[in-house]
Design a protein around this ligand. Structure first.
Ligand SMILES: NC(=O)c1ccc[n+]([C@@H]2O[C@H](COP(=O)([O-])OP(=O)(O)OC[C@H]3O[C@@H](n4cnc5c(N)ncnc54)[C@H](OP(=O)(O)O)[C@@H]3O)[C@@H](O)[C@H]2O)c1
Length: 289
């Protein structure tokens, strides 16, 4: 891999914003592929609390920042400050990527397509499948919208039941999918999982530092499940460990992370990044911690 020597007056800026931001893996994977492709860009991370977001967006235009990744808790509230929104992101009501095209800020949701691609690349068919998704937050919503067009049924369970019901209603109305929203009690999960093909964890339960936690009891799992945990730190969560013991096919969050990042990278630079390099850089980084 060749290394770009230095930042110059021509170097273009890409960045990620969120609050907090210091745990983000995006600078690691994006700078690795920028160097690999010898592109004169630098990718930074900025901590932007929601009450400074409007100023930050003005700053992107003033400083001609070319591309911006957006993470928690800004994915929904940033929409009102942008000039254009890509179709599916409008439906989802959340974006995670912005491109600055000559001062016009366009928002897109690559979490949706990135998750879909990760599932398909892992050899799991989506068409006609029953999906059980744990969580009804921003990413759960993006995933539901992208999988709904092919799934047979989507059941959303959430700690705050009303959010799950609201998301199911929106899906039924907009995509005409068979969707149901409910609570995340053990009784509900036991009932729903019997007919589930694809189980997706879209909650932070099991994420570092509470790595021994799982959003679902091990003994409820069955070996016909494809289990997808969106969490990538740790790379193998308790849920994924349990699912492997039961004999399920599994997928961790790293593949989605690099796929959504690769889609953003290609949109900004018109170049295809090396996905394996992105993945390996993160594995190397997490391994050192
Ligand atoms: N792999 C990737 O590329 C990628 C990308 C983005 C996000 N993620 C991961 O996806 C997860 C969700 O992200 P998000 O942006 O959707 O977050 P979010 O909008 O904050 O939603 C979080 C969801 O998890 C539920 N939840 C939070 N804490 C919980 C707990 N202790 N027990 C049960 N449920 C709980 C929330 O329920 P309530 O409605 O009750 O609050 C909500 O439904 C995070 O773990 C994040 O790391 C992965």
């Amino acid at each position: 891999m060749s290394i770009r020597n230095s930042i110059t007056a021509q170097t273009k800026i890409l960045c990620i914003i969120g609050h907090p931001i210091e745990h983000s893996m995006s600078p690691i994977m994006h700078n690795a592929v920028l160097q690999d492709l010898e592109l004169d860009y630098a990718y930074m991370a900025f901590d932007v609390p929601p009450n400074r977001l409007k100023e930050a967006v003005k700053g992107f235009k003033a400083l001609n920042v070319k591309g911006i990744s957006v993470t928690i808790p800004l994915k929904e509230i940033i929409i009102r400050f942008l000039d254009e929104i890509d179709g599916i992101a409008n439906k989802i009501g959340a974006i995670n990527t912005i491109k600055n095209e000559d001062g016009v800020l366009i928002g897109k949701n690559t979490d949706a397509e990135g998750s879909r691609k990760a599932i398909l690349d892992a050899g799991c068919e989506i068409k006609g499948k029953n999906i059980l998704i744990l969580g009804a937050g921003g990413v759960a919503k993006a995933i539901c919208y992208t999988l709904a067009k092919d799934a047979n049924k989507i059941v959303i369970t959430n700690r705050t039941e009303v959010r799950a019901k609201k998301l199911a209603m929106e899906l039924k109305k907009m995509i005409k999918v068979n969707a149901e929203g409910t609570n995340n009690s053990e009784i509900t999960l036991r009932r729903e999982i019997k007919t589930t093909d694809i189980l997706i964890n879209a909650t932070p339960v099991g994420m570092y530092p509470l790595i021994n936690k799982s959003p679902i009891e091990k003994e409820i799992l069955h070996n016909q499940l494809f289990v997808f945990d969106l969490i990538y730190n740790p790379l193998e969560t308790q849920l994924i460990k349990d699912a492997k013991v039961i004999g399920c096919r599994t997928l961790g969050g790293l593949d989605m992370l690099v796929n959504q990042g690769a889609l953003a990278f290609e949109w900004w630079t018109n170049k295809k990044p090396n996905i394996n390099l992105m993945k390996n850089k993160i594995i190397e980084f997490l391994g050192k911690k």
